[in-house]
Design a protein around this ligand. Structure first.
Ligand SMILES: [Zn+2]
Ligand SMILES: [Zn+2]
Length: 759
């Protein structure tokens, strides 16, 4: 990963013009003048303030050069130098240049994306002081019951006890409760909680204690041994372990090994997986504070954590960073290992603006830093499996469940000719009853919230279309609203059919299909003496509600858990022995070729919730296609066979991972504008003087699967090639031409390299 722009890697040559990347959607660097005094202070990666039109922008110096293509008198001087030392070291700068080129995104915007918000605004790169709260010794020993009727105080104490050694910031507490300060003050007065002010919790960073984990099984030990041998050089690993096989224990052991060498570790996790409990688990195992970066932290916290990783002082530097996708850009002082958990998860891909895959950027980063990277998953993506087949990654398998847990039995329930009670077959209801009678929990999964996906008039056939999208308005019975899940439009439930005016109360307006709200209602009627808990985006809107509900579910006071994929991922419910998947069919016949892969991953994730401790679990999947070979593979827990079938499909259709995609999207209020723009773009396609150009196929323009969304018409054009580099070369020459098209201003358009969704 070399870049001609700064072969001088970090050393500024004497000269009078400097090249600066500014946060604008422009694919170029800009020249500015620097005085000799300024030049002495400048090096690549330093932030400067520069005039740009009538604005003052915060830019990043990319190189200090003597020559400029422009006459000196046309150049403007740098207004101000913000940093004494670079915000990005040479290796991070090189990575960001690669990201800009590979994802065809303006370099200044890539740099800006990689900076914490406060630094983007030009604030100093030094830690910000914050108030933090933590349990005292007394607080750790005190049972919240002793606080009597002081409900809020009890809640706070219980919350702090979930992660006793972690200090909580204003922001974290605000996320839990609207009013917590009075109760917190009482807890402080009672000596149960301590409030302190710290610039960084890493000021007290404890040296990690090396501790071998003795309870690893043979497979885990072998995986650790393989990865251990790669420490200090580059090698990529796929760690494929079925749910409950103890991937985390493998991670922990490897992290300890890397920390012992005095190197740091970056752990990337999906958004939904980054919980306080996860952070606590790492801290407990590693005996050190870990830095954390995710989207819902406040700006101060983000800056402090970002800086802690590159702290020059060995004693206060954070050794481990756990973060969601954008953490992949964080500069480290001495990075020694990257781990990605749930590498198949869609949230690792950014779907707007800079459309990058954090997994793929991480692989590039590990490669150029010459360090190992481990991709972990129970259900790896086909792309990653393919790389393992091609021997680009070392494939490590964990096939046994850790401890004594055994895999659940999976059964397909043929519901073709059955009368379903709000989506529940008689057999499923009977099995729920049986499991509950034994004092166990049942978990039901349906990936659709609301009461029903559409409302229909039985008199004239009217359907509740969204006026702004090619989609239906979902019926939300309890809120008495029809809502669009794509654009947010909503309206009350009509009393009369809008078309034929039939009175809706006389049951002519009927919900069609199934949502979690409807199933919940059916369950309440079927099991009136049981506790039922629904977890989806609608039932967890209030602060802290999701955490509270998950806690209730884990404590086992709930009989039936019902939810969307919020329930499926990563949570451990010890008493769940039955998992019911209400419908597997959505993913089988979709317009998106990745839908079946996602369905399989989701089903196995949900199935993994069944019977994780001493009791054997049972999984029931309702389907109208019980003969479908993909479902039969899943029934046998055979993710490898499932993938083998998908590989055959993909190879025959010449789809990724056998080919590579770049998607050009365009949308506008006027339906013709995106078609005209994409057609014009297609016509400007340059001829690359190379046989490779023949290797590229361009499909479209064609309408997006949802052809209209929020009032805008959406079209796309797909570029496909069996060689990634050919596509890169084409885009590199083609984009400047597209950017000059006169009708580009009539549309919103974007480039998506390696798109993950065709929406
Ligand atoms: Zn009607
Ligand atoms: Zn809509």
């Amino acid at each position: 990963m070399q870049d001609s722009l700064f072969n001088s890697t970090g050393q500024s040559e004497p000269g009078q013009t400097v090249q600066v990347a500014v946060p604008k959607p422009l694919r170029q660097l800009f020249d500015y003048l620097a005085s000799p005094q300024q030049l002495a202070r400048l090096q690549p990666g330093i932030r400067v303030k520069v005039p740009f039109g009538r604005q003052q922008l915060v830019g990043i110096v990319v190189c200090c050069t003597q020559d400029s293509h422009y006459a000196r008198h046309k150049l403007k001087p740098i207004s101000d130098i913000i940093d004494d030392t670079p915000c990005f070291a040479a290796d991070t700068l090189a990575l960001l240049h690669w990201v800009s080129r590979y994802y065809q995104h303006p370099v200044g915007e890539v740099f800006s994306h990689a900076l914490p918000a406060l630094l983007r605004q030009g604030k100093p790169a030094s830690p910000v002081t914050e108030n933090i709260w933590q349990l005292s010794e007394l607080g750790q020993q005190t049972d919240s019951v002793t606080l009597g009727r002081a409900i809020k105080q009890r809640q706070i104490l219980d919350y702090l006890k979930q992660a006793p050694s972690t200090a909580q910031t204003v922001d974290q507490l605000n996320r839990q409760w609207d009013n917590w300060r009075d109760a917190m003050r009482r807890l402080e007065e009672k000596g149960l909680v301590r409030q302190t002010q710290q610039t960084s919790i890493f000021a007290s960073t404890v040296k990690p204690v090396a501790k071998a984990l003795h309870n690893l099984n043979l497979e885990q030990q072998q995986a650790v041994e393989h990865i251990r041998q790669a420490i200090g050089k580059h090698q990529a690993f796929l760690l494929e372990g079925i749910t409950g096989s103890g991937k985390t224990e493998v991670y922990m052991q490897i992290i300890i090994d890397v920390l012992e060498r005095g190197q740091q570790v970056l752990v990337l996790v999906p958004e939904i997986g980054l919980t306080p409990q996860l952070v606590e688990r790492f801290e407990r195992h590693l005996h050190t504070h870990v830095a954390v970066l995710h989207s819902s932290m406040n700006d101060n916290e983000r800056l402090n954590n970002w800086l802690a990783v590159q702290d020059k002082n060995n004693d206060t530097r954070a050794q481990v960073l756990i973060g969601t996708r954008s953490a992949v850009f964080t500069p480290f002082k001495n990075l020694g290992l990257i781990l990605i958990d749930e590498e198949h998860d869609l949230s690792l891909k950014q779907q707007d603006g800079l459309r990058y895959s954090a997994r793929d950027v991480a692989i590039m980063r590990a490669h150029s830093a010459n360090i190992p990277i481990v991709l972990g998953s129970a259900t790896p993506s086909l792309e990653t499996l393919y790389n393992a087949q091609q021997q680009r990654y070392t494939h490590l398998l964990l096939k046994q469940r850790a401890g004594n847990a055994i895999l659940p039995d999976i059964h397909l329930l043929d519901v073709r000719s059955q009368k379903l009670e709000h989506g529940l077959s008689a057999q499923l209801i009977q099995r729920i009853r049986a499991h509950l009678q034994q004092g166990n929990q049942a978990l039901l999964f349906l990936n659709r919230r609301g009461f029903a996906p559409v409302l229909m008039c039985y008199e004239c056939g009217w359907l509740s279309h969204c006026p702004r999208c090619d989609a239906y308005l979902t019926l939300h019975q309890r809120a008495r609203r029809l809502r669009c899940h794509h654009c947010g439009s909503e309206t009350h439930i009509p009393h009369h059919c809008p078309d034929c005016q039939t009175d809706g109360k006389q049951t002519e307006l009927n919900p069609v299909g199934l949502g979690t709200e409807r199933v919940e209602e059916a369950l309440i009627n079927l099991f009136p003496d049981k506790t039922i808990l629904r977890i989806d985006r609608d039932s967890t809107r209030k602060k802290g509600e999701l955490e509270n509900k998950l806690q209730q579910a884990k404590e086992g006071n709930i009989d039936i858990l019902l939810g969307t994929q919020m329930l499926a991922k990563g949570h451990h419910f010890p008493r769940v022995t039955l998992v019911g998947i209400l419908s597997a069919d959505q993913g089988l016949y979709s317009a998106d070729f990745r839908a079946s892969e996602r369905m399989g991953q989701l089903i196995l994730q949900v199935a993994g919730r069944a019977g994780r401790e001493q009791q054997k679990g049972e999984v029931l999947i309702q389907t109208c296609h019980p003969e479908n070979p993909l479902l039969l593979d899943l029934q046998h827990h055979s993710y490898p066979d499932f993938c083998k079938d998908l590989f055959i499909e993909r190879e025959q259709a010449q789809l990724p991972p056998y080919t590579y995609h770049v998607l050009i999207r365009a949308e506008a209020l006027d339906e013709n504008a995106p078609i005209e723009f994409l057609t014009a773009a297609k016509n400007t396609r340059p001829v690359i003087a190379n046989k490779a150009a023949d290797n590229i196929e361009i499909f479209g323009p064609f309408p997006a699967p949802m052809a209209r969304r929020a009032g805008r018409y959406r079209y796309q054009m797909l570029c496909q090639s069996s060689h990634r580099s050919d596509l890169q070369q084409l885009m590199h020459h083609w984009l400047p031409l597209i950017e000059k098209l006169p009708n580009r201003k009539k549309v919103r358009w974007s480039i998506d390299v390696d798109p993950q969704e065709m929406f």
